[in-house]
Design a protein around this ligand. Structure first.
Ligand code: GDP
Length: 195
């Protein structure tokens, strides 16, 4: 897929703040610091469109980016940041559940995990939640440049196993640093629009 235009449109917490219209949405979610902002910026070929968080876990809003006037890439608030209060965690949960359970435009939610580590219990819970709502057919494994090529298959297998991904689910390694794997992610997203 060729990215011709990408623009930040709005941040939302409540459904009344979501963009109007019928454009499909592809959302990304992951633990704070997993590399979600970097991934979005790399996917869009932009340096700073999605903020690379100085304070992990601070973004609590759903951020909508319009791509090619055709669909939205949606940045969901990260989870798993230790210093977040109970009240903030509850509000994150409510924001997420409202969006995942009700959003008609939502086509797919992609989970991001760090390629170096076995997914955390939070990652597994998130993935189960996505599956419950009918999403999660794509997982992105970030920071590919941090492991050696010979270790790649082993790491992908560990992630698949921990998340209990199904055979038909896709796991795609990327490196924002080295700009690797981005094309494959777009190609996979493109198939969602065709199906
Ligand atoms: P977010 O909190 O999930 O949005 O994560 P960020 O995009 O802010 O990235 C968290 C940290 O991981 C930052 O220090 C990034 O520079 C680093 N990072 C993100 N992607 C990559 C990558 O592909 N390779 C490497 N080596 N570091 C990365």
């Amino acid at each position: 897929m060729k990215i011709k235009t990408s623009d930040f449109v709005t941040s939302a917490v409540a459904p009344s703040q979501y963009p109007e219209g019928l454009l499909p949405e592809i959302a990304l979610v992951g633990r704070s610091n997993v590399g979600k902002s970097s991934t979005i910026n790399t996917m869009l070929g932009r340096k700073k469109l999605a903020r690379i968080s100085a304070t992990p876990g601070k973004t609590r809003t759903i951020n909508f980016f319009m791509i090619n006037q055709e669909f939205y890439l949606v940045d969901l608030p990260g989870y798993g940041y230790a210093k977040v209060s109970k009240t903030e965690k509850a509000s994150w949960g409510k924001t997420m559940e409202t969006y995942l359970a009700n959003r008609q435009n939502l086509q797919e939610v992609i989970l991001l995990v760090d390629i170096r580590h076995e997914p955390t219990n939070d990652d597994k819970m998130m993935y189960d939640w996505l599956k419950h709502f009918g999403y999660g057919s794509i997982v992105i494994a970030t920071k590919l440049d941090k492991i050696s090529k010979s270790q790649l298959q082993k790491h992908l297998k560990i992630i698949r196993q921990k998340l209990q991904m199904e055979k038909e689910d896709h796991i795609l390694p990327i490196s924002s640093l080295k700009k690797q794997g981005v094309e494959e992610v777009w190609n996979r997203i493109e198939t969602l629009f065709i199906e």
